[in-house]
Structure formats: C-alpha cells, structure tokens
Design a protein. Structure first.
Length: 203
C-alpha cells in the first residue's frame, strides 16, 4: 500500500521483490475510490496497491519508507464464485479483524458461511472468485478477502453487489440483511476497489 508515484515504485520495488525466493508474480493496482466514506476504515488510505503472489515459505521483507506491507496466506477453506476464463483486471480488497482475539473463528465462520456465501450466490456481474486469506503473523488485519473481477469498472460492480444481495435475502431493515452485513465480532479495517495497471512475472 503506497502513495508513492507508481512508476517509481514499479521501477524500484517490484524488481527487488521479484528477485526474492518463492515469489511468482507482481501486479499493481490503482485505487478507484480513494477516501471513500460509505464504509468504516481503520488503516490509512493510499493511492496504489501492489500484490505479490508468493509460495508458502516466503519470508516477507521489511517494506521501504512510504510503503505499508502485509503478508497473508490462503485460508484453509476454498474460495467461492466462478472462473470466467477472463483475466482479473478489477479487485475489491477487504481487510477485517475480530473485535477480540478469541472471536477470530466466529468471524471467519460468519464471513465464509454467511457474508461471502450470499455474495457468491447472487452472481454479481463482473465478480469472479472470492478468496479468503489469513494474516501470516496472526495480527491485524487478521483476514483478507480478495474479490476478483473481470470488469474494467470494479467500483460499479462493487456498488451493485449489496442491492443484489438485498433482492435475495431482504432489505436493510430485515434481520437476514443485518446478519449478512455485520457480525457482532466484525471490525472492518479497510474496503476499497482497485483497477489493474500492470503485472510482471518472476524470471
């Protein structure tokens, strides 16, 4: 996560990380709605996101000045959604944590069996796979959800998601919707949409 000029970041940081062992690919993304105010946010806002796909034994290096890094591993449950055969060019990044450490499993179960489940079931146009990850250190943010999109309008797809879920389970004043939208243990750390700018494979 960075506010540095993306060209400088790609020229300096991307080759440095791609040379490390167990790194497979880098992609970099533009924030589509900086400073959004329709959802809570704990983490600082930023202009660009870089994503590195790495092996399970990867050791994350310290980020340089002006960059905030997080290391996540795939959670043991599968992702939900579809594989469209088209490239992932949009992304919704969701970072959440339990309010108390002992609530982590309750939060994970709610996310997988309630929240993500209904989003996958309504088949939001532009959405493909929704994959859960867990912080490799066990710290904050505890969980990450990657909502992959094959649309070049990720913010528009994101905004269409909640109305589609409401059509399926009920409006904002129903118990079903409230249960879908918020868990007692939920602490939203960051939510936003991103459009892919570029990618590079490790050599």
């Amino acid at each position: 996560m960075t506010d540095r000029p993306i060209d400088a970041y790609v020229a300096e940081r991307v080759p440095e990380v791609l040379e490390l062992p167990h790194v497979e690919r880098a992609t970099w993304w533009r924030n589509e709605r900086r400073d959004r105010d329709d959802l809570p946010r704990v983490l600082p806002e930023f202009d660009h996101l870089a994503v590195y796909e790495v092996g399970d034994v990867f050791a994350a290096p310290a980020p340089p000045e002006g960059v905030h890094g997080h290391h996540f591993r795939r959670y043991r449950r599968p992702g939900q959604g579809i594989i469209s055969g088209r490239p992932t060019i949009g992304l919704s990044l969701v970072l959440i944590s339990p309010k108390q450490p002992e609530q982590a499993q309750d939060l994970r179960d709610w996310a997988d069996f309630v929240h993500i489940r209904h989003i996958a079931e309504v088949a939001v146009p532009g959405y493909t796979m929704i994959t859960p990850y867990e912080n490799a250190t066990g710290g904050d943010p505890r969980f990450m959800h990657f909502y992959e999109m094959d649309t070049d309008e990720p913010e528009r797809a994101f905004k269409s998601m909640t109305p589609l879920v409401m059509d399926r389970i009920g409006g904002a004043d129903t118990d079903a919707f409230k249960h879908w939208a918020f868990a007692p243990s939920l602490r939203i750390m960051y939510v936003n949409t991103f459009a892919r700018i570029g990618e590079r494979l490790a050599s």
